[in-house]
Write a protein that binds this ligand. Sequence first.
Ligand code: CUA
Length: 218
Amino acid sequence: MATWFNFNMQNSASPLMEQIIFFHDHTLIILIMITILVGYLMINLFFNKYINRFLLDGQMIELIWTIIPTITLIFIALPSLRLLYLLDELNNPLITLKSIGHQWYWSYEYSDFNDVSFDSYMINYNKSDINNFRLLDVDNRIILPMNNQIRIMVTATDVIHSWTIPSLGVKIDANPGRLNQTNLFINRPGIFFGQCSEICGANHSFMPIMIESISIKN
Ligand code: CUA
């Protein structure tokens, strides 16, 4: 979960989120290299005395500074596309969870079982309870088995919401009148938190998502 002064990505709890973090670090390294290079060149411009009245073009340098950024972009684009398609892949899920966004709470349906559905509201912060998480705790948690493919169906009833869980690498819009699909695979037990991330009204900040990951035997 997110804690104070945590400027980095949350720890991953799924293989895909691990891949997303690797890609993030990879892209950030490239970004830092470009920033340092351009910064060095710009600072240098202020202090050198290079003057050439007759310089109009330079075919070779223009070729170089066109091709090098192209190659750099390919190094970002190819892993990005790989990830994009991996995130969309879903084969043979064990169960399906349907999550429905409302102003301002989520409700869930376990479509594989008859009549299992519930609302999930944020609960008040209780200072004396060490297991109570401010602005993240809900009255009814989602309970899902770990180490299994899970299909998520997402929709909404009023406005657009977004079902987002950083540690699982899931972020998908909940649109009224549409049914979106995504998937997740939790590789450890624990409680994972998410929040709505589509500005959906006055209480947008107060419709958290809480997933309890347990062994399939339980
Ligand atoms: Cu629902 Cu923001």
